[in-house]
Design a protein around this ligand. Structure first.
Ligand SMILES: NC(=O)c1ccc[n+]([C@@H]2O[C@H](COP(=O)([O-])OP(=O)(O)OC[C@H]3O[C@@H](n4cnc5c(N)ncnc54)[C@H](OP(=O)(O)O)[C@@H]3O)[C@@H](O)[C@H]2O)c1
Length: 306
């Protein structure tokens, strides 16, 4: 598994991370086997959130994985906070600190490698976030910080108060959900693809050494299902299958290789609970699509070059 550095080089991570949002679909034994498979392939990066399965994903992970002593340092644990389900988004110091305490307890660990603020809270006061981060860093409970689903202005505002500590933005990104690419390819155009919904987040992150993580790299829409092998995407699947033959990997690996090929060093966070699929996906780390193949896949997803 190839490695990338997060932010400006503060942590080295595998270029593909394992998302734990669906982990509770497995029983304890299956979940442990799944995590062991990831580790066998040098994927020691695990993405959580306090809200996944109402906290049960973190609890399961903490129960079956030894996150104490020497074995802890071998793992990179990322979790998220700030979604108060069904009620509000909450970037208050109190909420952030309480959420971290809950995650530490459920994960049965002393520290979190990376804490992300899950979705923007429009009522946020950046001074409060800064105070929470400072306390978490000082106590050693959190080592690094990032955000998720945020635009450049929101990150810049936080960074102004948080001493430029935001190193990650986790965003939905895949062959079928790549508005940040569309907007960048259709600058100055009046077509739909030219609508800049993310505020130039791709370029902003590259300029400021912020790592983009791609959530739901196989899903289309908002959790509508995977686009692979789906009749709804005949042209895309035909091209993906053609590439799978060419590069001698599975279609899952091609979908991930498409993300990895972008020079922004985007880290896909994959959510499969299937061990064979996970191994197939990791093969994406061994191939590099040509520029022409990358664009051919993009266009097969229904996009046009202006
Ligand atoms: N920051 C955010 O707002 C946010 C939002 C959502 C998710 N996330 C993070 O992103 C991670 C990944 O999300 P996700 O699980 O929705 O992503 P995903 O990897 O795009 O989707 C995985 C799901 O697709 C299914 N699937 C079916 N065919 C597949 C194939 N050929 N290849 C791969 N998967 C296939 C998997 O089933 P099987 O299990 O049977 O393989 C699994 O249910 C989450 O675990 C979480 O850590 C973050």
């Amino acid at each position: 598994m190839n490695k990338i550095s997060i932010g400006n080089g503060s942590i080295i991570v595998p270029e593909i991370g394992l998302g734990c949002m669906r982990l509770t679909e497995l029983d304890e034994k299956q979940a442990l086997n799944h995590i062991d498979t990831a580790l066998e392939y040098e994927c020691n990066f695990f993405d959580h959130a306090d809200i996944y399965a109402g906290g049960e994903s973190e609890r399961l992970f903490g129960k079956i994985v030894d996150l104490k002593g020497a074995s802890r340092e071998k793992m990179i644990i990322q979790t998220k906070c700030a979604i108060h389900p069904g009620i509000c988004y909450d970037f208050s110091k109190k909420y952030i600190l309480e959420s971290v305490e809950g995650s530490l307890k459920r994960l049965q660990t002393d520290y979190i490698d990376i804490l992300l603020l899950h979705r923007p809270d429009t009522l946020m006061e950046p001074e409060e976030v800064a105070a929470a981060f400072a306390e978490l860093k000082k106590s050693g409970k959190v080592r690094h910080f990032g955000v998720s689903n945020q635009n450049p202005g929101q990150i810049a505002l936080l960074n102004k108060y948080c001493d430029n500590q935001i190193e990650i933005d986790q965003l939905q990104f895949s062959l079928t959900n790549c508005g940040m690419i569309d907007a960048g390819l259709n600058v100055n155009m009046s077509n739909q693809e030219g609508v800049n919904r993310d505020g130039g987040i791709l370029e902003y992150c590259r300029i400021h050494d912020i790592t983009i993580q791609a959530w739901s790299p196989f899903q289309y829409g908002m959790f509508e299902g995977t686009f692979l092998n789906k009749e709804k995407f005949p042209k895309l699947n035909k091209k993906i299958d053609e590439m799978a033959d060419k590069y001698k990997v599975t279609n899952s690996a091609i979908a991930i290789a498409w993300i990895l090929r972008h020079p922004a060093n985007i880290q896909p966070i994959v959510g499969t609970t299937n061990q064979q699929r996970l191994k197939d996906i990791f093969a994406a780390s061994d191939i590099a699509l040509t520029r022409e193949d990358w664009y051919a896949l993009y266009m097969a997803a229904g996009k046009q070059l202006p």
